[in-house]
Design a protein around this ligand. Structure first.
Ligand SMILES: [Zn+2]
Length: 235
């Protein structure tokens, strides 16, 4: 049989296979599974972010607690020194008191920050628990649907393999270069082979230029569409 007619027949089964693959991808349970998978991945990311936050907050809280302890010791020392060596004059007394007040103000600022950090850490804990509960629910739903989908897929795969072997069978006898060309066209225009209709490309409906039309009149088996690149069978 003529190469281009073989290729035309090949295209029929190839398109049938493509349609079936599309249907498989559109399977409702498959889509649900992908949705749950994406959600689970997203939640993993959220958990990781919370863990990093908690770690950083823990470091900060530790540093604040240390600093508060250190400053408190300084205040105690300053107070003891003030008691033991009474300042000579009012000016000196004011200076020492001001220094202590400054320390106390810093301690109070750190304590406020520490209290806020503790509250944030509690909130993160709650958030973490919520994410875990949500993830466990999604995971259970994923597993439930997966069982159903696996069964559907097993059945669909039988048909898929039948179609695949039909395509492989149809490819026999077609020159490899021609098959490659078909696949190359298919990447941008599908189906790659069409027929001529009223002097137009059956794929994109573009009027064939007069040079191509005269090749058709001279008995060419096919021409190529300069617009969409498809092979246009003449007969
Ligand atoms: Zn075209």
């Amino acid at each position: 049989m003529e190469q281009y007619e073989l290729l035309w027949q090949y295209q029929q089964v190839d398109m049938e296979l493509e349609k079936y693959e599309r249907e498989m991808r559109a399977n409702a349970n498959r889509k649900e599974l992908l949705k749950h998978r994406d959600f689970l991945l997203e939640q993993q990311g959220v958990l990781k972010k919370i863990e990093t936050d908690v770690e950083n907050m823990g470091d900060r809280m530790e540093a604040l607690a240390d600093e508060i302890e250190r400053l408190s010791a300084s205040v105690n020392e300053a107070a003891a020194a003030f008691e033991q060596h009474r300042p000579e004059d009012l000016e000196e007394a004011r200076k020492q008191i001001a220094a202590m007040e400054k320390l106390i103000a810093t301690i109070s600022r750190y304590e406020t920050e520490l209290a806020k950090a503790r509250k944030d850490a509690d909130a993160r804990d709650r958030q973490q628990r919520e994410v875990r509960v949500r993830s466990a629910k999604a995971r259970a739903e994923f597993d439930r649907i997966k069982l159903i989908y696996d069964e559907e897929y097993k059945q669909a795969k039988v048909t898929l393999e039948q179609l695949q072997s039909k395509v492989a069978e149809a490819a026999k006898g077609i020159e490899p270069e021609l098959l490659e060309k078909y696949k190359a066209i298919k990447r941008h225009s599908t189906p790659p082979i069409t027929r001529i209709h009223d002097g137009r490309c059956g794929g994109c409906n573009m009027q064939l230029p007069s040079a191509e039309m005269s090749r058709v009149r001279d008995g060419a088996i096919f021409v190529e569409c300069e617009n969409c690149g498809r092979i246009i069978l003449v007969k």
